[in-house]
Design a protein around this ligand. Sequence first.
Ligand SMILES: [Zn+2]
Length: 373
Amino acid sequence: MKRKAANQQNLMRIIRLLRHSMPMTRQEIAGELGLSMPTALGNIEKLLSEGILVEVGENASTGGRKAKLFSLQTEGWYGLGIQISRRHVRFALTNLAGDVIQYERISHPFKDQPSWYRILGAKLSDFIGKTDIEESRILGAGISFPGIIDRENDMILHSHVFEMENVSLDRFYKCIPYPLIVENDANCACYAERNNDRDSYLYISLNESVGGALMINRKLHGGNNWNAGEVGHVILYPQGRVCYCRKKGCSDAYLNTGVLLREDENVSEENLEAFFKKLEQGDPETKEIWTTYLDDLAILCTNMRMVLDMDIILGGDVGARMEPWIEELAQRMESMDLFSRDIDYISSCRCKEHIFVIGAAIRAIEHFDDRMI
Ligand SMILES: [Zn+2]
């Protein structure tokens, strides 16, 4: 029994190693995990026979026999991401690499009422029905939720966006028929950015509200209370604008998407798109709003860099459109940051579309990947 458990563990270690690596040879896998060659070979054979690993070529040889390279098969198993925001629910089914197989956005304004959860379950069932994926191949579902989650007690501790406190996650467990993990939205977005060459960074989510998350050595760093990376409530201007958290001067009050729009405009993808269009066309009023936004963002990013000395990724709806403005932002930061010669630590997120829902699917895949064996 013990031997079986140890074997199971080794199979999982190989899967997790290859998820974040370039293709590897048998020898490299054994070396990296400290396994004896016979143990590594046996486990690799098993994963190949089950279609979890695939052979993807041979490494460049320095003489002698070329060694075969193995990688994780990204098809055949799937993750489901569900993003809950004020007005919409988004579903995405992804393969193990986080590539979207099927996506849908539905209008379903959030209400913490039984009927809302029932309809969510029904809509999800419709969504899955449109794919030809066998349900048993879905490892699990991840929900991206704008709130702080207490995983130990299965609770939403609080959500300012939805004005909720201490709500049990049972409501979600009851309407979603897959193994489920509920995760803070910025944490999900942070997952969507991780890849082979980037494993430690601060993710700043510039959206309807401002959030953030810290990835350290490929793991999300939650802090003592799962509040780590909550950059939205770092104070930029003492005695400044009132934030929704009731403090004054929080970065959220200066950097949420709403500050870019007119007061009578809804925060929507369409209106944000229109803002950036006007900016591109050189509209002076828009340029002025944007200049102030960049000034404030530069303060936040410089402060965060001072504390963490890590790469900073700007994400969310605004961060995803930041590419053409990184240089301007960096110039502002250079004048404040006396420790770094280049501001090359700041970048726009790579995952620019369906960020939260992809991140939620990846989160679920990682959490439930032991269902593969
Ligand atoms: Zn605040």
